[in-house]
Design a protein around this ligand. Structure first.
Ligand code: UDX
Length: 433
C-alpha cells in the first residue's frame, strides 16, 4: 500500500515509521524544511526510544521517505493520514483545527484519484464531517472517504504501543474505506489486536473519553493519596488493593505530582469544550482538570514544607523536569509549577534531567542546570524526585548526603522505600505514604 503521512511530528513520524516497517510504502510530509532535512540526515526531531533505528532501517529499505512537497506525496496514495498538531487554542481551550483544515485544503488541491483520508490527529467530534465537507466541495469529481483513526501512543513507549495496540479504532461507515483500513492494519490484527469499526463521531469521542478516563483514574488516586497522608494509610497498598480487582485494573493508579504532557491536559479541556457546545456537562472531567491543576501547585508547597520554617535563601535539587521519563517533552510538566513556587519563595533551584534540559532552559532560564543528580544536590537543603527517570531510582544515598547541606528527600514519585532512605540518614517525604 502507498501511505502518505501529513505532519512528521510525534504521531506522524512514529506511525509512518511503523507502517513502513510493516512493508507499506510511506511518505512523511512536513512543511518544516529543517525537520525534513534533519530526517534526511538521520536526525530525529523528537526523542523516542528506538525511533532512530526504525527510521534508518526503513529508509535504507526504500520504504520510508520524507518530503515538504505535499502535492507529489498525495498523488496516487491509497490512504492519506492527517497527523498534524491540534494544540489548545489560546484563550478558550478549544482544539485549534487550523492545521487540520489547511492540510485538508491542500489534499483537496492535490488528490488525483479515489483515496481515503484518515484523521489521526486528536480532533473534536464532528471534525471528520467538516473535513469531508471541504473535500466534497473542492473535489466533487473524486471519491474520497474520510475516516477517523485515533492514536493511543504513549511517549517513550510509542513504537511498542503502535505495534502491539490494545485495540485499533476505525471510524467509518464506508465499505471501501473499511477495506483500505483493514489492508493498512492487516499486520496488526493478524497479530490479534482487536480492530473496532464504529461510526466516525463515535471514534472521535472514544479518543477523548479514553484520555479523560485515564486522567480521572490518576486524579482519583492522587486525591486518595492525600487522604492516605491524613489518615496514616499507604496509597501504594491501596492501589494494589483496589487494582487487583479486574473491574478497576492495576494501571494508572500511581499517585504522583499530577499528570502533564501533550495529551491529557489538552484533551480534557477540549472534551469540556465539546460538552459545553452540546450543553451536556461532564462534571467529573471538570473536577479532574481543576484538581490536577491545583495539585501541581500543591506539590510546590509540599517541597517548601519539607524545607522548614524559612525557605528563603535555601537551595533545592529538582531531579527530573519532563512530564514523565523517556521523553524530552516539557509540556504541562509538574516541574514547571513546582519550580515557579520555589522561585517565588526565594529558593534557588538546581536541577538535572537526562533529556529535558534543552527545552527546559528556554522555559525556565533562571534554574541552575547541572551535569547529574549529584551535581544538582551539591549544597542543597532538599533533593526532590519530580520525574521517575531510571537514573534516579538507585541513587547512592551516602554520596548524595555527603554533598548536600541537609539530608532531606521529597519523593514525588514514590520510587524509594522509606526505611532505606531513613537508614541512610535522610528525612523522607513521599506521596500518600
Ligand atoms: C497519554 C495516553 O496514555 C496515550 O494513550 C495518548 O495517546 C496520549 O496521552 P502520554 O501523555 O505519552 O500518553 O503519557 P502517559 O504515560 O499516559 O502519562 C501521562 C501523565 O500521567 C504523565 O504525567 C504521568 O506521569 C502521569 N501518570 C500516569 C501518573 O501520574 N500516574 C499514573 O499512574 C500514570
Amino acid at each position: 500500500m502507498r501511505i502518505t503521512m501529513i505532519g512528521s511530528g510525534y504521531v506522524g513520524l512514529v506511525s509512518g515509521a511503523c507502517f513502513s516497517d510493516f512493508g507499506h510504502d510511506v511518505i512523511c510530509v512536513d512543511k518544516d524544511q529543517s525537520k525534513i532535512d534533519a530526517l534526511h540526515a538521520g536526525r530525529m526531531p523528537i526523542f523516542e526510544p528506538g525511533l532512530d533505528q526504525l527510521v534508518a532501517s526503513n529508509v535504507a529499505a526504500g520504504r520510508l521517505t520524507f518530503t515538504t512537497n505535499l502535492a507529489s506525496a498525495v498523488a496516487g496514495a491509497d490512504a492519506i493520514f492527517i497527523a498534524v498538531g491540534t494544540p489548545s487554542r489560546r484563550g478558550d481551550g478549544h482544539a485549534d483545527l487550523s492545521y487540520v483544515f489547511a492540510a485538508t485544503e491542500e489534499i483537496a488541491a492535490a488528490v488525483t484519484g479515489p483515496t481515503v483520508v484518515v484523521t489521526k490527529s486528536t480532533v473534536p467530534v464532528g471534525t471528520g464531517d467538516r473535513v469531508e465537507a471541504i473535500l466534497r466541495e473542492k473535489r466533487p469529481d473524486i471519491d474520497v472517504a474520510v475516516v477517523s483513526n485515533p492514536e493511543f501512543l504513549r511517549e517513550g513507549a510509542a513504537i511498542g504501543d503502535f505495534k502491539r495496540p490494545d485495540r485499533i479504532v476505525i471510524g467509518t461507515e464506508d465499505d471501501r474505506a473499511k477495506q483500505v483500513m483493514r489492508d493498512v492494519y492487516r499486520p496488526l490484527y493478524l497479530n490479534e489486536s482487536p480492530i473496532l469499526f464504529v461510526s466516525r463521531r463515535t471514534s472521535e469521542l472514544i479518543k477523548y473519553a479514553a484520555n479523560a478516563f485515564l486522567a480521572t483514574k490518576i486524579t482519583f488516586i492522587n486525591e486518595i493519596a492525600d487522604l492516605c497522608e491524613a489518615v496514616g494509610a499507604d496509597v501504594q497498598d491501596v492501589s494494589r488493593g483496589i487494582g487487583l480487582d479486574n473491574r478497576i485494573g492495576k494501571k494508572f493508579l500511581h499517585a504522583g505530582p499530577g499528570y502533564g504532557g501533550s495529551c491529557f491536559p489538552k484533551d480534557t479541556l477540549a472534551l469540556l469544550k465539546t460538552a459545553e457546545d452540546y450543553q451536556t456537562p461532564v462534571h467529573i472531567v471538570e473536577a479532574v482538570v481543576k484538581v490536577n491543576d491545583s495539585r501541581k501547585r500543591a506539590m510546590g508547597r509540599k517541597v517548601l514544607h519539607a524545607l522548614g520554617d524559612n525557605p528563603r535563601g535555601k537551595t533545592v535539587a529538582l531531579l527530573g523536569l519532563t512530564f514523565k521519563p523517556n521523553t524530552d517533552d516539557m509540556r504541562d510538566a509538574p516541574s514547571l509549577a513546582i519550580a515557579t513556587a520555589l522561585a517565588d519563595a526565594g529558593v534557588t533551584v538546581r536541577t538535572h534531567d537526562p533529556e529535558g534540559m534543552a527545552p527546559a532552559k528556554t522555559m525556565m532560564p533562571d534554574l541552575v542546570y547541572c551535569t547529574d543528580a549529584y551535581d544538582a544536590a551539591e549544597g542543597a537543603d532538599a533533593v526532590v524526585i519530580v520525574t521517575e527517570w531510571d537514573a534516579y531510582r538507585a541513587l547512592d544515598l551516602a554520596r548524595l548526603k555527603r554533598v548536600m547541606a541537609r539530608p532531606v528527600m521529597v519523593d514525588l514519585r514514590n520510587v524509594y522505600q522509606r526505611t532505606d532512605v531513613e537508614q541512610a540518614g535522610f528525612t523522607y517525604t513521599a506521596v500518600g505514604r
